[in-house]
Ligand binder design. Sequence first.
Ligand code: GCW
Length: 706
Amino acid sequence: MKKIVYILIFCFSFSLLLKAEDGSKLWLRYKSVNLSETPSFSGLKGDIELKAIKEFQLAWEEMTGSSLPIHSRLNNNTLLIGTVKDLEIRRLNLNKELKELGSEGYIIRTIERGKNSITVVASEGEKGLLYGTFHLLRLIQTGQVLSSIEISEKPLYNVRILNHWDNLNGTVERGYAGYSIWKWDELPSKVSPRYEDYARANASIGINGTVINNVNASPNILTQEYLQKVKVIANILRPFGIKVYLSVNFSSPHILGDLANSDPKDPEVQKWWNNKVKEVYQLIPDFGGFLVKANSEGQPGPQDYGRTHADGANMLADALLPYKGIVMWRAFVYNPSDQDRAKQAYNEFMPLDGQFRENVIVQVKNGPVDFQPREPFSPLFGAMKKTAIMPELQITQEYLGFSNHLVYLGTQWKEFLESDTYSMGEGSSVAKATDGTLYKQPISAIAGVANIGEDTNWTGHHFAQSNWYAFGRLAWNHNLSAEQIADEWIRMTFSNENDFVNPTKQIMLESWYAAIDYMMPLGLHHIFAWDHHYGPEPWTDIPGARADWLPRYYHKADEYGIGFDRTTEGSNAVSQYFSPLNDKFNNIESCPEDYILWFHHVPWDYEMKNGNSLWEEMSYKYDRGVKQVREFQKDWDRLESFIDNERFKHVQSKLKIQSKDAVWWKDACLLYFQTYSKMPIPYDIERPVHELEDLMKIKLDLKHHN
Ligand code: GCW
């Protein structure tokens, strides 16, 4: 009897094991693909040494249990994968088209040859072939019909890059998925299998670059010891078309090279960088270049020597130029001054327009302050017409509930990329101002601050994987809709069943708006808890702290009203935008209500477009955010039968946290701001369940890994 029980327990746990999914495969879950509806290939033709073909075979084996036979001739249903070097590809007369698509572009096409129908994946280069192959796999994974395919694609940004804020001690600044995936203490001798998994995942979404260390950069990354480690990573990423870049500390010549200073105009300093760059390229011949955070939040920079950002960037650019390396120079600069923080990057960089070398690109965060739940776009986009500018997006959810809240960022990034800057008249979207459409710069690029860590599921929250995915897809093609990206991600990551896909997609598409509502509606910003940025603290006062690191600086609540006056009567940040946006933002009547408290100090009883007073509107927004998360919980619970228990439960428990946090945000903000508005919380919304004084005592012990 006992034995039978054991056997039963064993069988039961085994069946659980089979079904359980830990998220480690991300969206590359070929094993669960249902091939029954997809016409199968009869065989494969091409140079089997190609990475693309190896990838396809790997995936095919996972899908079918066997590898695809290699054809020596083109039979019916042969899959032909090759670059223009392949004779069969050259025979297809695609060369002109392929040339136009470039070495990263590709064609996937069904071609009739006599009685045979073949499917071709072709590209000028091996990178394009890999991207094309992953595209084909995506079509299979999402259950799309594979007959008469007619696809040609090329990326809209040249450099599509992740920024890891990973420190050399293994911690990740603003990382919420555990420690860094880069095991510096094990390298170069021991190689984690995750490096290659990482490379495949990135290649599958078109990412072609990665900055592997924090912008708050330790000079040590440039020592021989570390460069040897970096070399190993670069060797693993290279076959997947991914170049390695490094964040560098501007004081490296002084700190590592023992020079008296790091002045960019000092020939000794220039020589030091030239030699260092040479050393790097000896180890990593296709090294991408440097990312620099200078004169920002305490980091050293050219201004320490009375030089400009252009002087600093150009010095590095000159050192990198012979090797075709680039400099990504960050514009995230602000000083404790009387000047509105939102204006500072523009004021600092605009006068330098036209002074940067051709291999410099200025990296600008999407908003003028700092990755807030919602910001208007930074006025630098479109404004620097003689300088290449690249957007920096934050994939990691520093200001959006870490890896506890389900917040799909595809919607946020689309809103940003489609914002009209009016820099060249109507239709000058941020995307067009940065992808080379409006201004012909030698390089175009887009960066995303990674949310990747050593957690089994890579990103902490299973749904946070969708933000990594969405970043890659938008970097490849910013014309894709947030909905389409969510749709394909859900199908690949969870299930192809429409009854699962549609409600899940709905949750994702609403999730960013919900988070704005329960955290910072109507243009409120930066009212986060001190330092760690999890949870509300609109009241914080840290004696001696920089004013622009405190929430009051941003919300400016008083008995009259709330919001930052950035109009021509106030800080005049509105004037940094092109006409007609400047007037639109300046006038409270025409300012979009989503940004009203970003640009205006608004009286509590101001009448909003729907007739509510500002105070009422704010209350309803917070309430709506809370209610929406509760709806997400209900929707998710209904989906239990569609997916594995492990991931279902994990997301379910995260939603519980999010739901509680949303109430916390609502109560904290409404009760606190009520001390100024002195108005009742509308009677038809749920009453606060917390005491303000209790909320004000909360001090979370969350480490900010700096
Ligand atoms: O958002 C802020 C973060 C810092 C970060 C900085 C930056 C890497 O709070 O942790 O430092 O921005 O982007 O440089």
